[in-house]
Design a protein. Sequence first.
Length: 257
Amino acid sequence: MAVDVAESDFDSKVLQRSFDRAVVVDFWADWCAPCRQLGPVLERVAAKHDGDVELVKVDVDANPGLAAAFGVQGIPAVKAFRDGKVVSEFVGAYPEEAVNRFFETLAPTQAERDAAAGDAASSPEEAERAYRSALAADPRHRGAILGLSPLLAARGDFSEARELLAQLPEDADVRRLKAHIDLAEDAQTASPDDPIAAVADDGDWEPALERLLDEIRAGEGEERERSRQRMIDIFEVLGPEHPLTMKYRSALAAALF
């Protein structure tokens, strides 16, 4: 049965929930005959997609603010939400075959299922199998690539990790993983007194940043550029809002200029 949702819990039960799976909202009213006709159809179809697509109901008489916020002018109005936004909709008492097609466009693909299984896996080996299965279904699946690349880097398969990431458009997540791979490869071959080796041991970035900053101040040429790039990679891994990034980015600029 569809869950009744009101203005008080629409955010949690629809908008936030839609980041995990598609949520279909049936805007209806008790006096609306087409609504009473469509309701059971929606529930039958939703039952077939149990776990993949959720169905909720909003009584427009009891929740006029929600109806207005989402532009409901006629009912029954059915709107599908993913990632907090309306991604598909229809108005009227559609036949069951059409409702089935509507739900099928919202259900996750096999690649999405496998990538989600990789995210939830209890071991790196299980995660890798799931991500590779996702990539077999969709070789450019973003979630599977972002999930598999750090697993490969962790065991030293840096080339394959980079090849996978090269298939994705450059964005903050991709840059962060590329920087992570560069640092991991550096750490694997670093001498014991290398600042990157110390990070590999305990995950404390600040001593490494201090040492790299000293190398930039004292160094020149290729050695200075290598230290600068390592600092940039660390900033990418930590993220722009991290206190160490903000502290040492300005220190790096001062050292360079």
